[in-house]
Design a protein around this ligand. Structure first.
Ligand code: GLC
Length: 730
């Protein structure tokens, strides 16, 4: 009987296999996609290239009935063939919800800049794995994360979603997050491809950047990410690049991404970034997202007609569908169907977010070792930024609504890209818990005079300063808003033991930098941000964050002192000329001999680290660097030794480039030997005509530094042979 049953089951399985050969897991993703495509009708193919919004949109259209409520998007599947629909959620900080009164509440990571400021690849991976797990448990199989636009513009309203100014650091760190997300058998993206580096006029701006400079900066961050994490999808951006919309840009989509880099996934648009049927399909676009934001369903009936009439070949159309299907098989979406209501261990997830937040905090200044806070403090005064009840989050599509609701509801703007949200993780409560014997006083900071009075006589004063920004807008300036500079100045004058805790999207100016004894950059610290801040302030965690972006001393130092475009008139097309080329951030400061307020890579610790024994050698042009790092202080801590390379004669876009780093934890007195291999593309210049990286023969200085302005950096010179490498650096 058993034998008969076994045979019957085997036959059933075989016949099912025969009926749906694409479900055979032993086959490659390519083969499975090919088989599934062959089984589809034209109408079924069309489903994969048209994305629907997952929310009601400005009473223009109703969300797709099958989309998850208040979600980013939905793509119909083909149930007949066992191929699931795609349920899309934002974004890189966790499971976001489109603005609504009934949001799904989930765990929020700290900002992307905070994760990058950890320089810790494992933490970035764990954060991605955590938010990807919450996406899957919430019924989503596509997570619109992977934001990696370079921080060219320190006022960009979305810097908090991204990973700073250096392509190696940004590409590497976001790649780890994308790998973490995709470890949940869901598709992640990389976005916004490409050179979408400011929010002002994002729908109409024409970004001007030459090919070689782009390949060595913005595109290099995407290339590193793609190579290291293989995101299932790429989201093309709203802006034009060199006169052509990114989502119908043959250079970006067909030439660079698919041909030069060999990308095998699919290209989806941003929501409202599709402008044509034939041009965009033939330029390499594969899927229109959120068609309700566009003028029409370019990839609906219009595409069917274009294929019927040969304006878009059947082969191109089939390839569009193939790429979506291949990503679904490759990332495990077909074999692991999602469902809502999966279990989420919020306690464990809060700890993941907290670990990321506290390791991403950057101790910018610590005069007189005002930090860590001393036990036995009698009076601690806390001022500003609603630090009595919560910590700030950024606005827009990446906003993760907090479990427990907004700690400070009702702050304008209350509509998109608002609401302004504070995660209900109170720094004050966390501080009180760590200073049981102290009198802890809160002042809201609305009146600098009153705040200064409250501050006088305290053992220590903690002024929390905030800067809310969000998608679709840029900070009007790098100055802290709402008179906070005057507040900080008044308080620091009243009490020299003043520590400023910053909750900002990115770089800000600090006219009070000499008056404040301590400065801690906490970014947007996420779900457990209050706890994380207190743990760092009290030394339970030794700060080890390092700046992923240069903090300018003034806006006059920037390549564009004044932001281009007019936020009051976003309909008029304008150009941003990225004349700095690949000299982004610290490279620009080096090139122009400018002294920033705080340099890229800067970050203090409660202990000290020394570097020694720097050696560098090259074999067939492959540069390897080795050195020893020692904790010379009295407490355990982590450090980020940074390697920069600077050509003695060759002409680069700037004097030096970040070529590698490590994150090392050491006990007092402990040493560790570190070795780093340098990606050869970081040693050469990209040549557009030949599409090769060219390393000039000659001497190169290798610097081992604490930050990009480390005047005492150890250095060694190494001779490199001339080399010509292909686009992939081989
Ligand atoms: C937004 C954003 C993009 C997001 C998408 C869906 O406008 O630019 O990052 O993933 O639309 O919400």
């Amino acid at each position: 009987m058993k034998l008969k049953l076994a045979i019957a089951l085997a036959l059933a399985a075989m016949s099912a296999q025969a009926a749906e050969p694409w479900m055979d897991k032993s086959l490659s993703a390519d083969k499975r996609a090919e088989l599934a495509l062959q089984a589809m009708t034209q109408q079924e193919k069309l489903r994969w290239v048209l994305g629907h919004f997952g929310s009601d949109f400005a009473n223009k259209t109703k969300k797709h009935p099958a989309a998850l409520p208040f979600s980013a998007g939905y793509i119909e599947g083909v149930p007949r063939l066992g191929l699931p629909a795609l349920f899309e959620t934002d974004a890189g900080l966790g499971v976001a919800t489109q603005a609504t009164k009934t949001p799904r509440e989930r765990t929020s990571l700290p900002s992307g800049l905070a994760t990058t400021a950890t320089w810790n690849r494992e933490l970035a991976y764990q954060g991605g794995a955590m938010i990807g797990a919450e996406a899957r448990a919430s019924g989503f199989n596509v997570m619109l994360a992977g934001g990696v636009n370079l921080l060219r513009e320190p006022r960009n309203g979305r810097n908090f979603e991204y990973a700073g100014e250096d392509p190696l650091l940004a590409g590497t760190m976001v790649a780890q997050q994308v790998k973490g997300i995709q470890s949940n058998n869901i598709i992640a993206t990389m976005k916004h491809y490409a050179v979408n580096d400011q929010e002002t006029g994002r729908f109409v701006v024409d970004a001007r950047l030459d090919d070689a400079s782009n390949r060595m900066s913005d595109l290099l961050a995407f290339q590193f990410l793609m190579e290291q994490a293989d995101p299932g999808s790429v989201m093309c951006s709203y802006n034009r690049l060199n006169g052509v919309y990114a989502c119908e840009n043959d250079y970006l989509l067909n030439q660079v991404l698919k041909k030069d880099w060999g990308y095998k996934g699919y290209v989806m648009t941003d929501w409202g970034a599709t402008h044509s049927t034939v041009e965009s399909a033939n330029a390499g676009l594969d899927q229109q997202s959120g068609w309700e934001f566009d003028k029409s369903q370019y990839f609906g009936g219009a595409l069917e007609e274009a294929v019927t009439n040969g304006h878009v070949s059947q082969a191109r159309f089939d390839n569009m569908v193939f790429r979506v299907l291949r990503a679904m098989f490759d990332k495990g979406v077909v074999d692991n169907p999602v469902a809502e209501g999966g279990a989420i261990d919020y306690t464990a997830h809060n700890l993941v977010s907290r670990a990321d937040a506290e390791e991403g905090m950057v101790l910018l200044k610590n005069a007189g070792n005002v930090l860590p806070l001393k036990a036995g403090a009698k009076k601690i005064v806390i001022i500003g930024a609603h630090a009595d009840v919560g910590v700030l989050a950024g606005g827009g599509s990446s906003l993760v609504y907090p479990i427990g609701g907004n700690a400070v509801p009702g702050i304008a703007p209350t509509s998109w890209p608002g609401p302004v949200v504070y995660h209900p993780s109170s720094p004050m409560k966390a501080i009180q818990a760590r200073a049981p014997g102290a009198q802890v006083v809160f002042n809201d900071g609305s009146d600098p005079g009153a705040a200064a009075q409250a501050a006088a006589g305290a053992d220590v004063v903690l002024v929390f300063a905030q800067q809310w920004v969000g998608e679709a807008l840029d900070a009007v300036s790098l100055a802290l808003p709402d008179n906070q500079d005057a507040l900080i100045g008044a308080v620091a004058k009243a009490n020299p033991k003043t520590v400023v805790v910053l909750e900002t999207s990115g770089p800000v100016l600090m006219p009070w930098v000499d008056q404040a004894a301590g400065i801690l950059q906490a970014w947007y610290p996420g779900t457990s941000g209050g706890e994380a801040i207190a743990r760092v302030l009290f030394g339970e965690v030794n700060p080890s964050g390092h700046l992923p972006a240069t903090f300018p001393a003034s806006e006059s130092q920037l390549p564009r002192p004044k932001l281009d475009g007019d936020p009051k008139n976003e309909a008029v097309r304008f150009t941003v000329n990225y004349h700095e080329g690949a000299a982004v951030g610290y490279k620009w400061f080096d090139l122009k001999g400018l002294k920033p307020l705080f340099p890229f890579g800067h970050g203090l610790s409660y202990t000290q680290f020394a570097y020694s024994g720097l050696t560098a050698n090259q074999k067939d042009g492959k540069l390897s660097v080795s050195f020893k790092i020692t904790n010379t202080g009295a407490v355990k801590g982590k450090d980020v030794p940074q390697l920069y390379v600077s050509p003695l004669n060759a002409k680069w876009e700037a004097p030096k480039r970040l070529a590698g780093w490590d994150k090392v934890e050491l006990a007092p007195g402990e040493s560790k030997q570190v070795s780093v291999t340098v990606d050869p593309r970081l040693l050469g210049m990209f040549d557009s005509r030949s599409k090769t990286w060219r390393i000039a023969k000659g001497g190169y200085k290798v610097l081992l530094a604490h930050d990009a302005a480390d005047a005492k950096a150890a250095s060694i010179t190494v001779q490199l042979p001339q080399r010509t490498l292909n686009v992939a650096g081989k």
